[in-house]
Design a protein around this ligand. Structure first.
Ligand code: DUC
Ligand code: ZN
Ligand code: ZN
Length: 473
């Protein structure tokens, strides 16, 4: 007898849409077929789509964010919000502090996550201080321990790496089999423009977009791709906001480079005009790269439809708006420079793509499953444990009701932010039931799971860095 039987659902994976029953036992998918024997718990999925639980591979929680600024989500609220939005696994970033080791950062970050998660989690490492011992000893040992991805920044004083440091980090990643994600914006160009804006007294939130123009992203994207080509190592270009950066990715691929592109809901749904809302309201939309214009939105949709992007992530990086520790901190009220960068979105990522993408006919269900779960699992070393509906995989499932229409409003979201950038947006299709590791976690919107049910997941090497074709290391 199964623990759970799911019947009459339309099962969507990255490859197919089929009708069959799902039998779940011991937290995993035990059988797929017709007329399966009963489960102790039976779920009738008539009229629903059954999809792999969402994997959001770009999330920031409890990340140190500078003097007096506090992120709006910790592991408890961040994973709760993720779960209600149809996600079963998230990959937050563990930030190395300058002068400290990656291990030290991990010790602190594991302590924050332990016992608090409502989804499974696994950490990417942010490298800010690539010392010889970090590159030569820590990274190889950490990859062996299942920390198989790194992020580097080309912007933000204090975080960004110089080109020589990026090269040596890429080289360490190549030697050890880690996958490197790059935040591509030219810091020197941004600082130059900030100076110009300040001289001219242009310090309101719209200046965030005009000091971080497309050219700054395009140039850094080109440079990151070139550095990876020189080292001959795959990379991920994260949070791509516009066509010119996409073209850089396409050209690198034509040259034979292994490059993966990621975009996010903010580049599909917001524009720089949102930064110009009444008063200082635009601060709610300050994120980097900034939202662009309608043409860029169209380009990013094309990228999702046609394959420049393999990943669609939230880049959930939440700060409260009306809060001295958030967007409207004492300095943030006076200049865009001090408004913390990032917006919430882990709970709205999937409903937005389902509604705007699937329901509007831009993408089909298999593409949705690939962009929201399967590709994340393959790319970040979780496949086939996660990201697929197959016998033997973890029973991480989300049941979507394609007829349910909701108006997004902050009141009903579970994150710690006091706003959503998508307030008032009507979406059709909602993740009504979420199953995590074979346990009903959310049922018709009601939480059934205890805090701490989410586990930490060590990961294998990425499929992109030459893992074996059977998915093994
Ligand atoms: N980069 C991110 O990846 N997230 C939020 C802010 C940023 O610059
Ligand atoms: Zn970034
Ligand atoms: Zn991010």
């Amino acid at each position: 007898m199964f623990d759970i039987g799911i019947r009459n659902g339309r099962i969507g994976t990255a490859s197919d849409v089929t009708m069959c029953d799902i039998g779940i036992a011991d937290g995993r998918i035990a059988m797929l077929g017709e007329a399966l024997p009963p489960g102790r718990e039976e779920i009738d999925a008539t009229g629903l789509y059954v999809l792999p639980g969402g994997i959001d591979s770009h999330v920031h929680l409890s990340q140190p964010s500078g003097d007096g600024i506090v992120m709006a989500d910790d592991f408890e609220s961040g994973t709760l919000s993720a779960l209600h939005g149809g996600n079963t696994t998230i990959l937050p970033f563990c930030l190395q502090q300058k002068g400290s080791t990656l291990r030290e950062a991990l010790t602190g970050y594991h302590a924050l996550a332990e016992g608090n998660c409502y989804t499974d989690v696994s950490f990417h490492l942010i490298v800010t201080d690539p010392t010889p011992s970090v590159l030569g000893q820590e990274i190889p040992a950490l990859v062996e321990d299942g920390y198989t991805s790194l992020k580097v920044f080309m912007t933000y004083e204090g975080l960004r790496l110089r080109d020589d440091e990026i090269l040596s980090t890429l080289d360490a990643a190549k030697t050890s089999g880690a996958l490197v994600m790059v935040h591509c914006e030219n810091e020197d160009a941004i600082r130059f423009l900030i100076g110009k804006h300040e001289e001219a007294g242009r310090v309101a939130p719209p200046a965030h977009a005009t000091t971080r123009p497309i050219a700054a992203e395009r140039e850094a994207t080109h440079r990151a791709l070139s550095l990876a080509e020189i080292v001959d190592v795959p990379i991920v270009i994260v949070h791509v906001s516009n066509r010119e950066a996409m073209e850089e990715i396409a050209r690198a691929r034509q040259r034979g480079a292994k490059v993966v592109g990621e975009t996010c809901p903010q580049y599909l749904m917001l524009t720089a005009d949102d930064l110009d809302r009444e008063g200082w309201e635009g601060a709610k939309f300050v994120c980097s790269p900034p939202p662009r214009d309608k043409a860029s939105q169209i380009a990013c949709w094309e990228g999702l439809e046609q394959g420049i992007f393999d990943l669609y992530s939230s880049d959930h990086c939440p700060f409260r708006f009306d809060d001295p520790e958030g967007k409207l901190n004492s300095r943030g009220k006076t200049s865009f420079r001090w408004i913390p960068n990032g917006i919430p979105g882990v709970e709205t990522r999937l409903p937005i793509l389902f509604s705007e993408g699937v329901m509007k006919g831009r993408i089909d269900l298999p593409r949705f499953a690939a962009l929201t779960a399967t590709n994340h699992a393959k790319l970040y070393g979780l496949y086939p444990q996660k990201g697929v509906i197959a016998v033997g995989s973890d029973a991480d499932l989300v049941l979507w009701d394609p007829t349910e229409t909701r108006r997004l409003t902050n009141e009903y979201l579970h994150h710690g932010a006091d706003y959503t950038p998508y307030e008032g947006l009507e979406v059709t299709g909602w993740p009504v039931t979420v199953i995590l590791n074979g346990v009903v976690a959310v049922d018709q919107g009601a939480l059934k799971l205890k805090r701490g049910a989410g586990r930490y997941l060590p990961r294998r090497r990425s499929a992109l860095v030459g893992a074996r074709p059977d998915g093994g290391l």
